[in-house]
Design a protein around this ligand. Sequence first.
Ligand SMILES: Cc1cc2nc3c(=O)[nH]c(=O)nc-3n(C[C@H](O)[C@H](O)[C@H](O)COP(=O)(O)OP(=O)(O)OC[C@H]3O[C@@H](n4cnc5c(N)ncnc54)[C@H](O)[C@@H]3O)c2cc1C
Length: 482
Amino acid sequence: MYHFARSTNSFYVDCFINLRDSAVNIISRLESIVGRKNVSIEQADLENFGLDRTSVYCSNPRVIVFPTSIDQIQEVIYLANDLEVPIVPSGGRTGLSGGAVASNSEIVLSMNKMNSILDVNLNDRTVTVEAGATTQEVQEEAYKNGLFYPVNFASVGSSQIGGNVATNAGGVNVIKYGMTRDWVSGITAVTGSGELLVLNKSLIKNNTGYDFRHLFIGSEGTLGIICQVTLKLTEPPPPSSVFILGVSKFKDLLEVLKIFQSKLSLQAFEFFCDHALEKVIEVHGHSKPFVTYAPFYALIDFENQDNTSQDEALKLYSECVDKKLVLDGVMSESIAQSRNMWKLREDISETLWHYQPYKNDLSVRISKMPNFLDEIDSFIKKSYPNFEVIWYGHIGDGNLHLNILKPDELNKSEFKSRCDDISINLGKLVESFDGSISAEHGVGLLKRNYLKFSKSSGEINLMAEVKKVFDPKGILNPGKLL
Ligand SMILES: Cc1cc2nc3c(=O)[nH]c(=O)nc-3n(C[C@H](O)[C@H](O)[C@H](O)COP(=O)(O)OP(=O)(O)OC[C@H]3O[C@@H](n4cnc5c(N)ncnc54)[C@H](O)[C@@H]3O)c2cc1C
């Protein structure tokens, strides 16, 4: 996978030899740190480990390294500083912003072999894991101990806790439980200069100045390698029921949210548009929730502690129908039905991969969502009438996932360049609505050029200065985020 120049010209021959020597040197030095079996230059690994779930980049790392201890991570960081070779920290590679992409001969540092559950403390109600443990493993470990880890989304089987922390992952339960940030009580990390930091020591109260734990949350692998994480756990939620409602106007969803939120404890309030539903049904063969057509749907997951909440939900539903907010609806009567109803929402992201989507993960204050969505819709309809737009997301969090599907007549790069133009216009709109160009997926490579629409130049300059403090030689994830 090394693209060395082949030429009889002596300059290029020298380059070729030097590059080859340095490549061999790096690999043998990595092998001496982590052992031969934990270094890979296998073609399949070079192709896989340089990519996340964005479909627009090429994979071209130099080598993949799988450390098995914090000491080894430190040694790899020292080596990368010494040779000035960039490192891409790599988790489950389910990211949607290109943060784990390696396309410039980097060392990919994969956390796949550091995935142990280290400790469960029932007094502290915490679990401590190596960063390579998957989100689902943490959820299962909490459950085994009668507790609950609430961060949840469709990719939890592959995404890793280190990746979740580095992206501050959100998901479907944010309305009730918040983002990953709200559940991190301690982080052990190695900075870009190789310094080991044990941050917050899992304390609840710790007012001793700057809390670097929060800098690492959402840092997208640009400040250090997250090695271990202590996560808070909570009591399991009561059983819940699910309602799916159809509405004719997006703005009615906000009224429905207000009405349901006033009387019930909601675990999720999600939405999707008619096209999203059509595609999920087409690809997965799921059944429609009801026959009445609706342009938008809400999925409401509400706690049903003592079985009285279902009656309350039905009353609220009638109120919404009387107020002409809702066209039709259906409520689950069993866990199996709830699960099937959730599939209509959870399968959307995977379904859309079949249509080569250009994804945007936007957020504005909840109250501003209807105007924001209308403006985007009318801009795309006017400027790109052939583009199919799919909306879904987390209404309860002000988070809209905008997906534009590639029309057959455009090739991949023509489509991407049109979408880049759209992103600039979206960025300006986001700025005018005081919103964010990345609600929960991070900035990575995909949104880097649009960061200026969410953060002032003063903030971006300070971010660059902070990066220099933790990673003075800029070896960690260069070109990502900043
Ligand atoms: C079907 C599907 C549904 C999804 N739904 C959601 C959703 O609802 N909400 C949501 O927030 N996200 C969602 N995602 C996106 C993704 O799962 C999250 O961003 C997740 O947190 C990424 O974790 P990962 O381990 O796969 O990280 P990766 O993709 O491997 O990496 C993400 C970033 O973190 C860095 N990183 C990874 N591990 C470390 C480490 N140990 N130390 C330092 N930096 C590290 C990488 O360099 C990169 O910048 C979804 C993805 C898919 C495919």
